[in-house]
Design a protein around this ligand. Structure first.
Ligand code: FEO
Length: 170
């Protein structure tokens, strides 16, 4: 395990705490919701839609403010790191979004259709989570040390402030 970096230059842990909180909330909700109950499913989908947008926004913020900066710095130093090049290339979040879209009109569906939809949604969400948790660990364990290696302390302090602001965590 990589050594913990000082909090003021740790760009991943705080946003990831929020992401993990959302993962836990929706993992639980997904297990408890009764997919036979139309209004209950509609309410789940509304909340999930906004949560998936938050995951997507997290990914975009990292791409723009962290990964692109890291890629540029490595390029300047003529260092190749393929993990940095495609760290958000996996499309399992897009898969959940796709399944969720098929739930439009679920209120009018038959109970059987709602149950089948529920299974598809649970599977897609579980698949996303099983990839997202190790992905966040990789960012903390691999990319944070790379940032420390290739950026000045003051640069990382500013970067962390920007990242928190973009996540609306300050
Ligand atoms: Fe922090 Fe790329 O998820």
């Amino acid at each position: 395990m990589a050594p913990r970096v000082p909090d003021e230059i740790d760009v991943f842990t705080a946003p990831h705490s929020r992401m993990k909180e959302l993962v836990n909330i929706y993992t639980q909700k997904m297990q408890c919701v009764d997919f036979r109950d139309g209004p209950e499913v509609v309410s789940l989908l509304r909340g999930l839609d906004s949560t998936l947008r938050e995951f997507k926004s997290h990914e975009s913020i990292e791409n723009i403010f962290i990964m692109d900066q890291l890629k540029n710095r490595l390029k300047q130093r003529q260092i190749t790191n393929t993990a940095v090049c495609d760290c958000h290339g996996d499309n399992r979040l897009a898969d959940v979004v796709q399944v969720l879209k098929t739930g439009i009109g679920v209120r009018q569906s038959s109970i059987g259709e709602r149950l089948r939809f529920g299974l598809r949604l649970q599977r897609a969400f579980d698949d996303f989570v099983s990839n997202f948790i190790p992905h966040m660990e990789e960012e903390e364990q691999v990319f944070q040390p790379l940032l420390v290696e290739h950026f000045e302390y003051e640069e990382l302090k500013i970067l962390k402030e920007v990242v928190l602001k973009e996540h609306e965590l300050v």
